[in-house]
Design a protein around this ligand. Structure first.
Ligand code: ADP
Length: 414
């Protein structure tokens, strides 16, 4: 299908007058300019390709400069002129090299690539611009593309500029705000942790009978105090870890992590909780010698979070299975499956969002912040892996932590 142009195309090739028709001050300047003394000559003698390109630049509402010929003679439009400051009008119609002896405000390397036939785009290019008589740095996305004549031969380079200064400033501010939040929370968490540790410590002293005999009722109360203290410490740790991940300031010490040892350690840590709930915690498959390329502490944190959730959301009599599988020597899948209550298909992705708890009323009874999976997935991704889930309501869930393969440790097959 062809689209009819608004105006019927002229029968004759564009004349100099038609290039400059209807456009603004730069078109007027271009029309009256003494082109005869330049390397590209007078508009009446310009090739059809140069005329078309010049017309396009002069009519464009966004900043554009056309650099034509071997010496890159500059033709720019009204929007680009605003960026030129005191350089305008001296540099108009002159070669780039002679008009920017102090160093061109654009990029020679990118210009050369476009001259060679490449279309190049660069984000966050800092360009010195002159506005309201003052020179300042501004941020741009710049597109350099080859400009061809009517025979398809590259005769110049067209540079289109999109200013991103406001966006870049907003991004810088947002990053600074996230960083400030992380710093604030780090201080806050320290301030909260000190009295919380004291509460835990004194409760333990009382429990040990240091202040006198403890009645069974008092012991039960002390246990509640300690459980509450641990829960609060957990919340503080989660919020701090999540904020640090968000700000990109959580450090990862990547090394070869032997998985047998790590998974055995995790099972031992949650074993008591599983037994208390009469849940069968199993290891399946062989992990012997397998290693992941990751931060061991972070992997342990993710696996413990997945195991704790599995225990939390599985009823007594249920089964939790941990397995580990190497995929083509490239990646390792650590899978934690449970026969618990499962997650609805529509909620599967939401559980990785921060502060999301599916069926919050039910989950509240189990405590938690809704940050565990968000932290775990981000940690996995920061280590070059991922965390995914498949689940079915009433049938159970399977979370898979994928990590890069590390160098195998020479351990006996376990
Ligand atoms: P929380 O601290 O609340 O456990 P998470 O981010 O670890 O936060 O989990 C978010 C939500 O995902 C949980 O509140 C729960 O609704 C759901 N969930 C996580 N793991 C499981 C699981 N093994 N079985 C069923 N639901 C789960």
């Amino acid at each position: 299908m062809t689209i009819a142009p608004d105006h019927a195309p002229p029968r004759e090739p564009a004349t100099a007058a038609s290039i400059f028709a209807g456009a603004g001050p730069m078109a007027a300047l271009c029309s009256s300019y003494a082109w005869a003394s330049t390397s590209i000559g007078c508009p009446d003698e310009w090739s059809a390709g140069l005329r078309a390109a010049a017309a396009l630049v002069l009519a464009a509402p966004t900043p554009m400069v056309l650099l034509w010929g071997e010496d890159a003679t500059q033709i720019y439009n009204d929007a680009y002129r605003e960026l030129m400051g005191a350089k305008h009008p001296t540099v108009f119609g002159t070669p780039v090299r002679s008009s920017w002896p102090e160093g061109w405000h654009l990029d020679w390397e990118l210009y050369t690539r476009a001259w060679g036939g490449e279309s190049v785009m660069v984000d966050d290019a800092i360009v010195t611009v002159g506005r309201a008589g003052e020179s300042s740095d501004a941020s741009f996305t710049l597109g350099y593309s080859p400009a061809r004549d009517e025979y398809g031969v590259i005769q110049g380079v067209l540079v289109a500029a999109f200013e991103t200064t406001t966006l870049a400033a907003a991004q810088r501010e947002a990053r600074a705000a996230v960083r400030a939040k992380a710093d604030f929370l780090a201080v806050m968490s320290h301030e909260l942790r000190t009295p919380l540790n004291a509460i835990g410590g004194y409760a333990e002293l009382l429990q040990l009978g240091v202040r006198g005999t403890v009645t069974p009722e008092q012991r039960a109360d002390l246990e509640r105090i300690q459980a509450g203290q641990k829960q609060l410490l957990g919340v503080i740790d989660d919020v701090l870890a999540y904020t640090k991940l968000e700000a990109g300031i959580l450090h990862f010490a990547v090394e070869d992590v032997p998985l047998d040892e790590l998974l055995t350690g995790c099972c031992a840590l949650v074993g008591h909780e599983a037994r208390k709930k009469k849940i069968d915690l199993r290891r399946s498959g062989s992990v012997g010698g397998l290693a992941a390329r990751a931060d061991g502490e972070k992997v342990q944190q993710v696996v413990l979070n997945l195991l704790t959730n599995a225990i939390k959301f599985t009823n007594p009599g249920g089964i939790i299975t941990i397995s580990c599988q190497e995929e083509r020597g490239e990646r390792i899948d650590i899978t934690i499956s449970d026969t618990g209550r499962g997650i609805a298909l529509s909620d599967l992705e939401c559980v990785f969002q921060p502060f999301v708890q599916v069926d919050a009323k039910l989950t509240r009874a189990q405590d938690g912040t809704g940050l565990g999976l968000a932290i775990s997935r981000q940690m996995a991704q920061r280590m070059g892996g991922d965390l995914t889930v498949v689940s079915e309501i009433g049938a159970g869930s399977r979370f898979t932590l994928t990590l890069a393969c590390g160098r195998c440790t020479q351990r006996a097959v376990g």
